[in-house]
Write a protein that binds this ligand. Structure first.
Ligand SMILES: [Zn+2]
Length: 367
């Protein structure tokens, strides 16, 4: 038995479902005042725990860190108000983190799969096209219902971005994952890769910087979401500057993709494509930047849709509970209405998992 906690509210049970207050009893949300008086009152706007729909726990430049570093990644996400992570590929077996109750819940994709010598060294499991299907089946069994592919990368011979796998290979690989009951997502920067991935029956697109007008109705109709990872796309000008001397076409391509980033996400949103917030933390991006990603998304699609992309909608997509009566009290408390001021997400006052406070900037205010 835990003490009853009073959430003085307002409580955003849904993006447009505003409740004046709520309580936590036995680690669960209730909108009916419990008989026992609350031991604690937490003041502020309450919403379901945030979702980082694309990050990498237990991944650092060069590969796998030790368990202490993986735990620190998860704790940084929690400190930012994230209580659900979709891990988009990690060389570390992080299943032990799923047994802890002081870190975000973790949905793992196992190791990401890249084509041999076509990705950052040491991060992914690298395969030749003829071995992709077998590797996908293995990762489908190792992960929590997701498989992550690196579908394009710089082709040094061509001097530009290029698809990593032939379309027929992608189709077989996605079908094989589906037969295992897993969904497949793919890192993609280049335009034509998106055609191949949609044709293959992909379930989600990561980054999707190559998004064109022709893709939008197909993504909307098939219900294929994008996770734009705009805080990561912000690094494209640096990547372009580093590659410019040796690969000028690639550098120009990356710069052009960066320039259209907000326009592209806005067009996708207007076309009815689902968008979720992910930071891509794990190599160049530090963990705990979900508020920055929401702010970037807000610049493209407005604050209310941006918060939804990191909260209610993302939780629903990943099959997680929200804040309905009886749901686990995975909640974040912030100072203002985040739909009006997304900046308030940058400093969560309280971060609660199963009703227990695991992070937050404010001291718990006892009444
Ligand atoms: Zn990533």
């Amino acid at each position: 038995m835990h003490d009853v906690v009073h959430l003085s509210g307002p409580v955003l049970a849904g993006p447009a479902d505003l409740r004046p207050e709520a309580w936590i009893a036995d680690g669960r949300i209730t909108f009916r005042r419990p008989e026992a008086p609350p031991a604690t009152t937490l003041r502020g706007w309450v919403l379901p725990g945030l979702v980082d729909a694309h990050c990498h726990v237990g991944l650092v430049p060069g590969g796998a860190p030790d368990d202490a570093a993986a735990l620190a990644h998860a704790r940084s996400e929690a400190a930012a108000g994230v209580l659900l992570v979709r891990d988009c590929g990690s060389p570390t077996d992080t299943r032990w983190l799923q047994a802890r109750d002081d870190v975000p819940r973790l949905v793992r994709a196992g190791r990401h799969l890249a084509r041999s010598r076509r990705y950052l060294r040491g991060l992914a499991h690298e395969v030749d096209p003829e071995d992709l299907m077998e590797a996908v089946v293995a990762q489908a069994r190792a992960g929590d219902g997701w498989v992550k592919l690196v579908a394009d990368w710089i082709d040094r011979d061509a001097g530009d971005l290029a698809p990593a796998f032939p379309p027929a290979v992608l189709r077989e690989a996605v079908s094989a994952a589906h037969a295992e009951g897993a969904r497949v997502t793919a890192h993609t920067f280049a335009e034509e890769t998106i055609d191949h991935l949609i044709d293959a029956g992909i379930d989600c697109l990561e980054h999707a910087t190559g998004l064109q007008e022709r893709h939008l109705p197909r993504l909307a109709e098939a219900g294929i979401p994008i996770v734009p990872t705009l805080v990561n796309i912000a690094t494209f000008p640096d990547i372009a500057a580093q590659g410019h001397a040796k690969f000028p076409r690639y550098a120009a391509h990356m710069r052009a993709l960066w320039e259209r980033r907000h326009e592209r996400v806005a067009a996708a949103h207007d076309a009815g494509v689902r968008i979720y917030a992910g930071t891509d933390a794990g190599t160049v991006i530090a963990h705990g930047r979900i508020a920055d990603e929401v702010a970037e998304l807000a610049a493209a699609i407005g604050p209310a849709a941006a918060v939804d992309a990191a909260c209610w909608a993302a939780r629903g997509w990943l099959g997680a509970a929200g804040l309905a009566e009886g749901d686990p009290a995975d909640a974040v408390v912030v100072r203002e209405d985040p739909r009006a001021d997304v900046g308030t997400l940058a400093a969560p006052l309280h971060v609660l998992r199963d009703g227990q406070r695991i992070a937050g900037a404010a001291e718990a205010a006892a009444v």
